[in-house]
Design a protein around this ligand. Structure first.
Ligand code: ATP
Ligand code: MG
Length: 572
C-alpha cells in the first residue's frame, strides 16, 4: 500500500519539519515565521517511534509504547537506524523486548500479526514498510492539527547517514505520501533553531551540538561563519545514551526489590522487565525536573506491588560512569576538530537526555566561562532540547517551500553540509598600546569559502604612510601556571579521599579552583599574505581592509583610507 503520487507544485505545498528518531519523533510547523512543535492527538510532542498492532488495529506513539508490556511481539520499536542497512550490519540490542528484526534476503524485516482474528496470518514487513506506516501516522497527526493535508517535509538525519540510508528514508516518506523537500543534518537543525530566534546575534562562532538521545549520542562541532555552517568534526556513541541511564535505574530498583523479596528478580521475567523499564524511564525524567522522584509499579513481580523513591544526588552517583561517558564524547569531538575547549563559543544540548541537569553541569565545568552552555538547567532562555531539531527542520521547510524541487538541492545543500573552508585566520598586524605587534582577525579560521569580510583599523595617531600587513593567524593556548602554594600535606590527603567518595564528585572543581592554571586563547602571527602601503593617511584616520577568499582559496585584499578615493588591491 502506497500513497505515492506526483510531487505538489511549490505553491500547493503544506510543509512541516520532522524528526524521526529511534526513540522518539516530533513534528513542527511555522506560524508567522516562528517554529512550533505540534502535539499529536494524545497530546504528545515527543512521540515514541513505535507501532503496535492489537486485533488488527494499528497504534502508534505513546499508545503503542504502552503495549510493550502486554503485547511486545506485535510492537515494533527502535527501527529507524535499520533503514537502508543490511541485516548483517545492524545492532539489534534494543529490540530484545519487542518484535525482533529478521534477516529477509539480507534486509531487515519484522514479523507481526497486524490483522484481526484468532487465526490471522502474521505479516513479514520490511523496515521500509514499517517506517512508511509510522511516518504516515505522524504526518496524519500533523494534517489533523493543521486542518489541511501536509504534502512536504524537511526531515532531519544523523550526520553519519550514508547515501543508502538517505535514499531509504526518502523512499519510506514518499510511500507515506510525503515529498521530502530536503534532508538536513540534526545538529545543523539545532543550530538553525537557535539562530532563528529574534534575539539571536548572528556572528561567527564555533558551536558544539551534543545530541543525546535514547540509543545514541552524537556530538558535532560546527563552525558558523557569516550564516554558513561547516561541520568540522563528529563523534558518535551507541553506549552512552538515555537507555543506559534507564538501565542504571532498572538495576537500582530491581536490587531494592530483591532485597525485600529475595528470589524475585523482576529482570528475569519479560513482563516484569518491561514494567521496570517503563517506570524507570518515568522516574529518570522526573529527576530532570525535581530533586526527588518516586517509582511505583503495580504487580512488579510475583504479583507484588512495589513503590520507592530516589533523590537526584543518589541517581547522579549511580549513573556516574554513564554521565562521564558524555563528557568524554564531547571532549573527543572538540579534539577531533583540532580545537581546544577555549575555541568553543556555544554548546547546544539537544535530544531528550539533554534535559538531565547533571550533564549540563558537567559540560559547564569542561568549558571555560566564556562558553555559552545552552541547556534548560543552565540557561533559562534555552530552547527545549527535545524540540530543537524539529523546529530547525520546520524553519528550513518554510524557507524553501516555494522552491522548485530541483532548485532546492543546488541552492541549499552547501549551507548545511561540509563546504571548503580555510584553516587559519587571515587578518592584519596592528601595534598595541604597549608597542607589541598583535594579530587582528578579519576572517576567522574554519570560515567557509567564498567569503568576504571588511574591517576598519585606526591608522597610527599621526597618520602618514601606513603599511598594512596581511597575515595568517592561528590560535594557541597560553597556559599560566599559578604561583606555587605552600604545600599542605593534610589537605592533599583529604582530597584523595574525596575523590573516592561517590557523592562528592560534583564538588571537585570548586575545591581545585585556586590551584588551577590559567588557560587562555591567544593569537599567533603566522606567515605574511600581503603588504600594502597607503600613503599620506590623515591624522586620526582609519584604514579599511577587505579580504575576500575565493572558492579556490585564492585571496584578494583591498585596502584604502576611509573617506579617501582609490585604494590598493592585490590578488594573492
Ligand atoms: P535515539 O535515536 O538516540 O534513540 P531519539 O533521537 O529518537 O533517540 P530523543 O527524544 O532525542 O530521541 O531522546 C530520547 C531519550 O531521551 C529517551 O531515553 C528518553 O527517556 C530521554 N528523555 C526524554 N525526556 C527526558 C527528560 N526530561 N529527562 C531525561 N531524559 C529524558
Ligand atoms: Mg536523536
Amino acid at each position: 500500500m502506497s500513497d505515492k503520487k506526483e510531487a505538489p507544485a511549490p505553491g500547493d505545498r503544506t510543509v512541516i519539519g520532522l524528526t524521526f528518531g529511534n526513540s522518539s519523533s516530533s513534528i513542527a510547523c511555522t506560524v508567522d515565521d516562528k517554529a512550533e512543535v505540534i502535539a499529536n492527538e494524545d497530546g504528545d510532542r515527543q512521540i515514541p517511534t513505535i507501532l503496535s498492532y492489537v486485533d488488527g488495529e494499528e497504534y502508534y506513539g505513546q499508545q503503542a509504547k504502552n503495549f510493550l508490556v502486554r503485547n511486545p511481539k506485535n510492537t515494533v520499536a527502535y527501527f529507524r537506524d535499520f533503514l537502508g542497512k543490511e541485516f548483517k550490519s545492524i545492532d539489534p540490542t534494543h529490540n530484545h523486548a519487542s518484535a525482533h528484526p529478521q534477516d529477509v534476503d539480507g534486509t531487515v524485516s519484522f514479523t507481526i500479526t497486524d490483522k484481526e482474528g484468532e487465526d490471522a496470518e502474521p505479516s513479514t514487513l520490511s523496515v521500509a514498510e514499517i517506517s512508511t506506516r509510522y511516518l504516515r501516522r505522524l504526518v496524519g497527526s500533523a494534517s489533523d492539527y493543521l486542518g489541511k493535508k501536509v504534502t512536504s517535509a524537511v526531515i532531519t538525519i544523523p550526520t553519519n547517514f550514508n547515501e543508502k540510508q538517505k535514499a531509504a528514508l526518502v523512499a519510506a516518506a514518499s510511500g507515506a505520501g510525503i515529498e521530502v523537500l530536503q534532508l538536513i543534518s540534526e545538529p545543523v537543525a539545532a543550530v538553525l533553531a537557535y539562530d532563528a530566534r529574534p534575539e539571536a546575534e548572528i556572528k561567527d562562532k564555533i558551536v558544539v551540538v551534543a545530541d543525546l538521545g535514547g540509543t545514541r549520542s552524537d556530538v558535532t562541532v560546527v563552525a558558523s561563519r557569516g550564516g554558513m555552517y561547516t561541520i568540522l568534526a563528529t563523534a558518535h556513541d551507541y553506549e552512552y545514551a538515555g537507555a543506559a541511564l534507564d538501565k542504571v535505574l532498572m538495576d537500582h530498583f530491581a536490587k531494592e526489590f530483591l532485597k525485600k523479596y529475595p528470589g524475585n528478580d523482576p529482570r528475569e521475567n519479560a513482563r516484569s522487565l518491561a514494567k521496570l523499564k517503563q517506570e524507570s524511564e518515568a522516574t529518570k525524567k522526573a529527576l530532570s525536573l525535581g530533586t526527588n522522584a518516586s517509582f511505583s509499579v503495580e504487580s512488579l513481580a510475583a504479583g507484588i506491588d512495589f513503590a520507592s523513591t530516589i533523590n537526584r544526588l543518589r541517581y547522579e552517583t549511580i549513573a556516574r560512569s554513564v554521565l562521564e561517558g558524555f563528557n568524554r564524547l564531547v571532549e573527543s569531538a572538540v579534539k577531533k576538530a583540532g580545537l581546544d575547549v577555549l575555541d568553543v563559543d556555544e554548546v547546544i544540548l539537544a535530544g531528550g537526555t539533554a534535559h538531565t541537569p547533571r550533564i549540563a553541569a558537567n559540560f559547564r565545568s569542561i568549558f571555560p566561562e566564556s562558553t555559552n552552555i545552552l541547556a534548560p538547567s543552565t540557561t533559562p532562555t534555552a530552547i527545549n532540547p527535545s524540540e530543537l531539531q524539529a523546529r530547525g527542520a520546520a524553519l528550513q521547510a518554510s524557507l524553501i517551500q516555494e522552491y522548485e524541487a530541483e532548485d532546492i538541492d543546488q541552492s541549499t545543500h552547501a549551507a548545511v553540509t561540509t563546504v571548503p573552508h580555510i584553516t587559519n585566520a587571515i587578518g592584519v598586524v596592528s601595534v598595541s598600546e604597549t608597542g607589541e605587534e598583535v594579530f587582528v582577525p578579519i576572517v576567522e579560521p574554519e570560515t567557509a569559502v567564498p567569503a568576504r569580510r571588511t574591517v576598519q583599523v585606526p591608522a597610527p595617531k599621526n597618520g602618514g604612510d601606513v603599511l598594512v600587513k596581511i597575515v595568517e593567524g592561528n590560535t594557541h593556548i597560553k597556559v599560566t601556571k599559578p604561583e606555587p602554594k605552600k604545600s599542605n600535606g593534610d589537605s592533599k590527603a583529604a582530597k584523595v579521599e574525596d575523590a573516592d567518595e561517590d557523592s562528592d564528585f560534583s564538588d571537585d572543581d570548586d575545591s581545585d579552583e585556586e590551584e588551577e592554571e590559567k588557560r587562555e586563547k591567544v593569537w599567533k602571527i603566522g606567515s605574511t599574505v600581503a603588504e600594502a602601503a597607503i600613503r599620506g593617511v590623515k591624522k586620526g584616520g582609519k584604514v579599511e581592509v577587505t579580504i575576500q577568499v575565493n572558492a579556490d582559496l585564492g585571496v584578494v585584499v583591498t585596502t584604502r583610507e576611509v573617506g579617501a578615493k582609490g585604494g590598493v588591491r592585490g590578488n594573492i
